[in-house]
Design a protein around this ligand. Sequence first.
Ligand code: TRP
Ligand code: SF4
Length: 328
Amino acid sequence: MNKKKRILSGMRPTGPLHLGNLHGALANWLEMQKKYDCFFFIADWHALTSNYEDTGSISEYVRDMMVDWLSVGLSPDTNTLFVQSHIKEHAELFLLLSMITPVPWLERNPTYKDQILQLSNKDLSTFGFLGYPVLQAADIIMYKADGVPVGIDQVPHVEITREIARRFNYLYRKVFPEPESILTKTPKILGLDRRKMSKSYNNAIYLSDSPDNIASSVARMITDPQRAKKNDPGNPDICNVFEFHKLYSNKETANNINKECRKAQIGCVECKKIMAQNLIDTLEPIRAKREYYKARRETVDEIIKEGCNKARKVAQQTMEEVKSAMKI
Ligand code: TRP
Ligand code: SF4
């Protein structure tokens, strides 16, 4: 029998998940879980690399992230869902890999340089931040993943992972396959202000938002910027609200809006109201599941524990092979 391909990916628990995450990474994971042997984990140690000063919310974000995952339909039965810091083997492999990783590989990592510039309010001149890709390499090769679904910004880290795996295999013995990145398509919808949807831009709609919250967020959305007055014809092709209609309204509604907008037969306020309601209705099952899990802390903790037990078994096996290859 052909063994299923193994897929692994992780997310840093830096806050609640929004629609950008849902239509980006999560949509992709939901597809993958149907076909592959999937390992998905919450990278709480990675969250520390840039948030080491303010660690107070991380553990709450971890549980919340698992709640979001379960609510959108990631299955804890067919996948291995776990938390990085619960598997101490990640730290051990990180340490061993750090011995064989040349510092210049890390210094020339484009994400490293970029983040230091972008997050200039933080002191990122730490050993841990430089070593971010080494920890990520440990996460990935620990489970001998074949494929790693990631956004474009993470591709350099998967590249470094391949280089580290290759170097390990060359120095000691072939233990690790070289994982491939599987590029996640960027979602078509943008944030309320038409920039990329992101927590740090304060322009996101969250899975945890209440219907009222959603309605008022949608009311704030920037539409076709050329359409100043209700009597001006609009252009749905460049309107973010219309992208939402394509996702959340039925075909007929979207088609009608498409026509009416171009002839100035519908105003943006009304158009948004229709969309907001459809969005609220679409998210309703997710919201209901969120409430279910939010009210059952022990259930979520139990799911985390079981996922970690599954992951740990694989990790321990790999560490045996690693240590035997390294003769330690
Ligand atoms: N660095 C990833 C991000 O910020 C999260 C991550 C950590 C990850 N370890 C991983 C992703 C391993 C894929 C595989 O999005
Ligand atoms: Fe966008 Fe709708 Fe306004 Fe047209 S009517 S510009 S699709 S919000």
